[in-house]
Design a protein around this ligand. Structure first.
Ligand SMILES: [Zn+2]
Length: 402
């Protein structure tokens, strides 16, 4: 325990999340390898948690009181909190913001140490008012008017946003949403759009006999599994024997996916496989699909499978909801409406595969994952630090390969 307290107190960068997932551990490992002394405190673990990895890292499951004391008694220069529009994490964000502001005030008064900066990375694209309305209706069964609750939630989101010193947005949709939520004073002065893009993965794999198409993700309606299977069936009919099809995932439609794959010899399915299998199949694939379907209260933020497909040189077929839609269009990938007919989509993919697409990706990726570039900027001593930062303009960020 005292060792943990010592590490937390000695840390200059603190990340305090409500829920942590495996990806956060991978990022934390990378950051500490690169010389940052970052500590992660979190309230609960996502289902993909990696306990073995956690033991090697300064990542600790701690309650809110511990985090507050770590801020007051330690000397963090910056604390990253969950984004304000993440409603389940909002109470924690309010408590942390209050603790940091109080601590800064007392320290300024006593002159004993430099102030702590509040920083945040944002991807949310659904208005907190609609999330609050849905939550209230679910709690009360629609028997009580939701107006006052939604009003209060929106005020609290605004309050937290107004206290953030530096915020990076991972998508244009997210920046637009927070611009609409902010008070008349606008977004925090230090804000930046750093479009979330991966860097190339350095793994390798053998080349399959036929061009391979892949889906990686939840087997679910909202990730577009039914429309994907219909599209692939159309491609199999229109271009028989030309392609291989791979399904990787887990989820409520697992049975449907397994049954569909079962009697088709050109289809392979892997249910919740090891990461090494995912890398191998992504590397073998020419085309990655993510046909996300928005609902009243959900819209794809980025889509981790799209990011992973890009990192493995795949051609991307996605629906227009993803925060990468503009970038994908500008970089000659296929972005289609969510309600596209599977037969139309099949024709478009076959045309791309046979006419324009020549086997090399048509895009360039950053040298560093842009989430890491965002992290560097968020925690840098000065906001004008420009190391490894893209300028935020989708159009100007990357050169096209000719
Ligand atoms: Zn890889």
């Amino acid at each position: 325990m005292s060792e943990i307290v010592g590490k937390v107190r000695g840390s200059r960068q603190l990340a305090v999340y409500s829920v942590a997932r495996a990806e956060h551990l991978e990022r934390l490992a990378l950051r500490n390898e690169n010389g940052n002394s970052q500590v992660l405190l979190y309230g609960s673990e996502y289902y993909d948690w990696d306990s073995a990895k956690q033991k090697e890292l300064p990542a600790y499951r701690k309650g809110l009181a511990f985090a507050v004391f770590a801020i007051i008694l330690g000397d963090p220069r910056s604390v990253e909190i969950n984004e304000p529009a993440n409603l389940p994490a909002l109470p924690r964000a309010i408590a942390l913001v209050s603790a940091i502001r109080t601590s800064n005030y007392l320290l300024a008064w006593s002159g004993s140490r430099s102030r702590t900066r509040i920083v945040c990375y944002a991807l949310e694209n659904v208005h907190p008012r609609s999330s609050a309305l849905r939550k209230w209706n679910a709690l009360t069964g629609g028997k009580l008017p939701p107006g006052p609750f939604a009003w209060l939630v929106l005020r609290l989101v605004r309050l937290v946003l107004s206290q953030i010193d530096r915020i990076a947005f991972g998508s244009p949709e997210s920046m637009e949403l927070y611009g609409a939520i902010a008070t008349r004073r606008g977004l925090p002065r230090q804000h930046r759009l750093i479009l979330e893009l991966p860097n190339d993965c350095n793994c390798s794999a053998d080349t399959p006999e036929k061009p391979q198409m892949i889906f990686v993700g939840q087997f679910s309606e909202r990730k577009g599994l039914p429309i994907l299977l219909e599209t692939w069936e159309q491609i199999r009919l229109k271009a028989p024997g030309q392609f291989k099809y791979v399904l990787i995932g887990i989820g409520s439609l697992e049975k449907q996916a397994t049954l569909w794959a079962e009697d088709r010899s050109d289809v392979s399915i892997y249910v919740d496989p090891a990461r090494s299998v995912i890398h191998r199949e992504l590397r073998r694939s020419k085309v990655l699909y993510l046909l996300s379907q928005s609902t009243d209260h959900w819209q794809e933020q980025i889509g981790l499978p799209i990011s992973e497909g890009l990192a493995h040189d795949c051609f991307i077929v996605a629906t227009s909801g993803t925060g990468l839609a503009s970038w994908l269009r500008l970089n000659h990938q296929l972005v289609v409406p969510e309600d596209i007919a599977p037969a139309d989509l099949a024709d478009q993919v076959i045309n791309k595969m046979t006419a324009e697409w020549v086997g090399e990706p048509l895009y360039s990726l950053p040298n560093m994952h842009s989430r890491e570039a965002a992290n560097e900027w968020l925690h840098a001593p000065h906001s004008n630090s420009t190391t490894n930062i893209f300028d935020g303009k989708v159009e100007a960020s990357f050169e096209e390969k000719s």
